[in-house]
Design a protein around this ligand. Structure first.
Ligand SMILES: Cc1cc2nc3c(=O)[nH]c(=O)nc-3n(C[C@H](O)[C@H](O)[C@H](O)COP(=O)(O)O)c2cc1C
Ligand SMILES: [Fe+2]
Ligand SMILES: [Fe+2]
Length: 400
């Protein structure tokens, strides 16, 4: 689609879909692709909100030029400098040399560093306003959601928040742009994955940002990835998803993430899961860390309160993929989880000790007794795994 898509009078979508890239940030799988959203307001002055990944600049500039329809581009507001959005800024500046680049002090430093641009940069302060004619912009600095320069721009007349990565999701926009034009439910899990993978470490800055926005009336959330949120119930829903995730609040349910080379440690995971189900827990998700990308495991750890990790001993350490997962959990300052663990060995165990250290470092509430298995499952290990499952179920049910 070369034509810009009108979202409402004077507001156009000029973003693009990426169905080519396999890994976002070269880390996170994109089975449903991703969109890089960019928006244009046409008023007495014209303002563009963010750009797109440079790989898609050609399509982007076609759309932008059609949307401008001969008008000049007066401003480009940079809410976030990560190159999935600012990648086309250098090219934009060469096509529109008179454009004013709008950002805060930290943005200006990055504009210079990434693109060598120093002229035509307008530095704004928190709360500063800019008139486009009928439309009035207000800039809100929201540092560390998830870079230090991140900000959001509010348009007062139509009550639009250009939120940057906040409220963004993986998944392309297939035909429709707004929540009213597509099935928004399809994006919730991808929003949680996007948040937990990319923004997850920054719960407290996200809380501060939400607090800052809490007094604003919002009719449109225009984020940099995924649908434009316009329906009141959907706006409420996505704000509540962000609020809950940034408080590290999980739902009742258990993620069992395990490593296993020959299936013995896996039997421990199966046994714990069996007992959880017997005890009436319905959300039980087993992840084999060697097969499932950490992206999805982290998503589910953000979704559910219960976390159980199991690992064989591998060269006197934890199984490497389990160790990698633990580093991802620690790296996100994950909080408020009930934690259980089990491990195995054949001649000298190390896995369970390392998991105990992890429990201490994260300050998770340890539930049940850790289970350590030698070689393969016997009745005593079976019973200990059942007891671990029961303890986790009991703990979760206390919160009902
Ligand atoms: C490459 C490799 C390295 C291992 N290193 C150790 C070790 O250092 N100490 C130990 O007690 N067991 C070690 N084991 C045995 C495992 O911890 C475990 O008992 C065995 O793989 C069975 O569990 P599984 O079926 O879940 O893979 C190792 C196994 C493999 C294949
Ligand atoms: Fe980003
Ligand atoms: Fe982004």
């Amino acid at each position: 689609m070369l034509k810009p898509i009108p979202i409402k009078e004077d507001l156009f979508y000029v973003g693009v879909n990426d169905r080519t890239k396999h890994l976002f940030e070269n880390l996170w799988p994109l089975p449903k692709g991703v969109s890089y959203n960019s928006y244009l307001i046409k008023d007495e002055k014209t303002a563009l909100f963010d750009t797109v990944d440079v790989c898609y600049s050609d399509t982007f500039f076609h759309k932008l030029e059609i949307a401008l329809d001969g008008k000049q581009l007066d401003y480009v507001v940079i809410n976030h400098m990560e190159p999935d959005h600012s990648g086309s800024l250098g090219l934009l500046k060469s096509r529109f040399p008179n454009v004013q680049i709008i950002g805060n002090k930290r943005t200006a430093d990055m504009v210079q560093g990434f693109h060598g641009i120093t002229d035509g940069v307008k530095v704004i302060a928190d709360g500063e306003e800019l008139s486009l004619g009928k439309h009035q912009l207000v800039f809100y600095l929201t540092p560390m959601v998830h870079w230090p320069e991140t900000m959001m721009t509010y348009e007062k007349t139509s009550k639009i928040i250009f939120s940057g990565d906040a409220f963004g999701t993986f998944g392309t926009l297939d035909g429709g742009i707004t929540d009213a034009q597509l099935y928004p439910e399809r994006y919730y899990d991808e929003m949680i994955r996007y948040y937990s993978n990319i923004v997850g470490k920054f719960g407290s800055p996200v809380q501060k940002a939400l607090e800052k926005l809490s007094t604003l009336e919002i009719n449109y959330i225009c984020s940099t990835h995924g649908p434009v949120w316009t329906l009141p119930d959907q706006i409420e829903k996505v704000v509540s998803i962000y609020d809950k995730l940034s408080r590290y609040q999980g739902d009742e349910g258990v993620v069992i993430a395990y490593g296993s080379m020959y299936g013995n440690t896996e039997q421990m995971a199966e046994t714990v899961a069996y007992e959880l189900a017997q005890q009436g827990i319905r959300e039980i998700i087993l992840h084999n860390v060697s097969k499932r990308s950490h992206s999805y495991i982290i998503r589910d750890i953000f979704k559910y309160k219960g976390l159980i990790v199991g690992s064989p001993t591998y060269n006197n350490k934890l199984f490497p993929e389990v160790e990698y997962l633990l580093s991802k959990v620690e790296g996100r300052d994950m909080k408020n989880r009930y934690f259980g663990y089990f491990g195995s060995f054949t001649w000298a165990g190390a896995a369970v000790k390392r998991l105990a250290q992890f429990a201490e470092d994260t300050k998770f509430e340890v539930v049940g007794n850790p289970v350590e298995m030698k070689q393969a499952m016997q009745l005593d290990t079976h019973d200990a795994c059942i007891a671990l499952g029961k303890a986790m179920a009991d703990r979760l049910k206390q919160d009902r």
